[in-house]
Each structure stands twice: as C-alpha cells, then as structure tokens.
Design a binder for this molecule. Structure first.
Ligand SMILES: CC(C)(COP(=O)(O)OP(=O)(O)OC[C@H]1O[C@@H](n2cnc3c(N)ncnc32)[C@H](O)[C@@H]1OP(=O)(O)O)[C@@H](O)C(=O)NCCC(=O)NCCS
Length: 160
C-alpha cells in the first residue's frame, strides 16, 4: 500500500498530534471514556508539549501515506511508549510496520525484548504481533480511574 516509515522530525509534530487525537477519540469510543476523560488524554498526549517530550526524550517514528502522517510510534529504552494509527487507516498494516521498525531498532541497540503498556482494545493487535499478556494494572492518571492497561512483553529472537 506504499507506507513509508521513517524517523519523526519536528516538521511531523502537527501530523502526529492530529493522528494521536483521532486515535485517542477512537479509543475513547471503544472504552466508553467520558468526554472529560477523552479531553484529558488528548491534552496529555497530543499537546505541543507532549510532542516536545517525544522528540527530545524518545526515539520516534512516523508512518506516511502519500506524504501524510497516518501513524506514529515511539520508544524509550526497551519499552514501547506510544503507538497510534489514524482510525481511517486501521487494518492496513500501518501499526505492524511501525512496531517492526521499533522492534528492529530496539534489537539493534541491545534490547532482549520489548515491553508495552496498552489499552485493552489494542490487545488483539499486540497478540497478533507476538506479544504476550503479563498482567493488568489500573491507569495511573486520576482522571482515568476505573480503566486499566494491559502489560505486554515480547522476547526477540536472534533474527529480529
Ligand atoms: C492498535 C493499533 C495501533 C493497530 O494499528 P493498525 O494499523 O490498525 O494495525 P494492523 O493493520 O497492522 O493490524 C495487524 C493485525 O493486528 C490485528 N488487529 C489490529 N487491530 C485489530 C482490531 N481492532 N481487532 C482485532 N484484531 C486487530 C489483526 O490480526 C491485524 O491483521 P489483519 O488486519 O490482517 O487481520 C490501532 O488500532 C490504534 O492506533 N489504536 C488506538 C491507539 C492504541 O490503542 N495504541 C496502542 C497503545 S499506545
């Protein structure tokens, strides 16, 4: 389908904010978040300040389709920090391509595997990617009380 995966730059920030907001709104509808909870998550993860943190403290990638950002991922040490795909582009391999880019880089920098914390609606994706569920824990943010994240991990094989 002609997806390009490359490292995120400052010029991608607006596109990544847009995709993050759309993906969080989709997630909120799946999980039954209140408008306030969705607003909290968007403010927390799709703000200019959040983009600054991603660009300065994390390794980050974008997925482009016809030059437009349709997905984004980032990682810190051996943990996936963020992975968002435009809901209009779900189920077309964008998330897979981003996760593979993260895994390749993590493996190349000495990680023995990858860890992730993910919302329950994304669990089928991570299981399809070969990750395993290690457990669940409540969301840390006070605003997200009553919701939980799934703890996931995957060990790399030598060829990855
Ligand atoms: C999770 C997410 C990144 C997946 O992105 P995607 O581009 O749709 O994923 P892919 O197209 O690469 O999916 C690969 C496989 O995963 C599985 N999968 C993905 N989404 C699925 C879903 N909603 N239900 C069931 N299986 C799913 C399927 O096996 C799929 O292969 P198939 O389409 O050939 O059946 C995307 O749904 C998303 O952005 N969700 C909101 C944000 C989020 O939860 N991010 C993760 C934690 S930060």
């Amino acid at each position: 389908m002609g997806i390009t995966i490359r490292r995120m730059t400052t010029d991608d920030a607006e596109g990544v904010r847009r995709v993050t907001r759309l993906a969080l709104e989709w997630l909120g509808a799946c999980e039954g978040w209140s408008p306030e909870q969705t607003g909290h998550m968007v403010a927390d993860q799709a703000s200019p300040g959040a983009m600054e943190l991603v660009l300065t403290r994390q390794q980050a990638w974008v997925a482009l389709l016809d030059g437009v950002v349709v997905g984004a991922a980032s990682a810190v040490r051996c943990e996936l920090a963020r992975l968002f795909v435009d809901p209009a582009r779900h189920r077309r391999g964008v998330g897979t391509a981003l996760l593979r880019a993260v895994e390749q880089q993590m493996s190349a920098t000495g990680c023995e595997g990858l860890r992730a914390k993910a919302p329950p609606p994304s669990l089928p994706f991570y299981l399809a990617m070969g990750m395993v569920e290690e457990g669940r824990e409540p969301c840390r943010a006070e605003e997200m009380r009553g919701h939980e994240v799934v703890l996931l991990s995957k060990r790399f094989t030598r060829r990855e």
